[in-house]
Design a protein around this ligand. Structure first.
Ligand code: ATP
Length: 263
């Protein structure tokens, strides 16, 4: 638990949140077979918002963000991303996926490709970007996550923190307008957590719309403009961080916070 994982003080007020809606989820429900995993989810995410999703294990956090870029299919209600509704015929899937980047707990890099190749694969094959241009873009983002010198190495030669930063750079190479993070630091050793959180903080400062499933409550306090608490497939409570942590409303939230923060 690294409330102090990042020591930087950022000015939350300086980060813009526009009135423009980036994601609109309305009355969304999802089942795995007969198991009702997401119940009546309603969520509006404005452009530039930085949302942290927390909650007990199994509460549906991952499933929720995986539905947003259609790694999972919802069965009722609607999800509209950047004005495009996710439809069951997958008609819009390429458009959605190109606008929504995702980073997972396990970095999911291709082990047989170099770092540079990992970062240029999708731009070249999905976006049809010329190779030279894709490589220039990849180097730009590898510099941004502060590991340009690793470009010719293979994922197995990098630390976990470095691999996660490559995974973030790889997503950025597709120029997403929204980034989803699914516990990006939970597979990392404590000393590597800060470097990944710092990268995410920089993205936040630049105005990227972000939804992060994380147990890093220090990050939530510092970066999020909204914290969402989920339990048993529902959004139980959401609030700006100060209110959320200092004045939780539901008993379930209080219990969760007491367990995770130890008070
Ligand atoms: N593919 C699947 N098929 C059936 N059940 C699933 C599937 N994926 C997840 N589940 C179940 O759905 C529930 C929600 O899972 P999910 O991974 O979204 O929770 P979570 O809040 O992200 O949990 P954690 O914090 O442990 O990652 C859990 O009970 C899980 O066992």
């Amino acid at each position: 638990m690294s409330d102090t994982a990042t020591n930087r003080v950022i000015n939350r007020d300086a980060m813009t949140v526009s009135d423009e809606v980036a994601i609109q989820i309305t009355d969304m429900n999802k089942w795995y077979g007969t198991f009702h995993v997401l119940r009546d989810i309603n969520l509006t995410v404005n452009r530039g918002e930085r949302i942290v999703v927390c909650g007990p294990s199994g509460s549906g956090k991952s499933t929720l963000i995986r539905c947003i870029n259609r790694l999972e299919e919802h069965q009722a209600g609607s999800i509209v991303v950047d004005g495009t509704e996710l439809s069951s015929d997958l008609k819009n899937i390429d458009k959605i996926r190109s606008e929504v980047g995702m980073c997972f707990q396990h970095f999911n890099l291709f082990p047989h490709l170099t770092i540079l190749e990992n970062c240029t694969l999708a731009p070249i094959w999905v976006r049809k970007t010329p190779k030279r241009e894709a490589e220039e873009t990849a180097m730009h983002f590898l510099e941004k996550v502060k590991i340009p010198e690793q470009a010719d190495k293979y994922p197995g030669q990098l630390s976990g923190g470095q691999q996660q930063r490559v995974a973030i750079a790889r997503s950025l190479c597709m120029r997403p307008r929204i980034m989803l993070f699914d516990e990006p630091t939970s597979a990392l050793d404590p000393e590597m957590i800060k470097e990944v959180l710092d990268t995410m903080i920089e993205l936040a400062e630049e105005g990227m719309t972000m939804i992060c499933v994380t147990h890093e409550m220090g990050f939530a306090r510092q970066v999020a403009n909204r914290v969402i608490f989920m339990d048993a497939g529902q959004i139980v409570e959401q609030n700006e961080p100060e209110e959320f942590f200092n004045n939780p409303q539901s008993e379930r939230t209080k219990l969760f916070l007491s367990q995770i923060l130890g008070h």
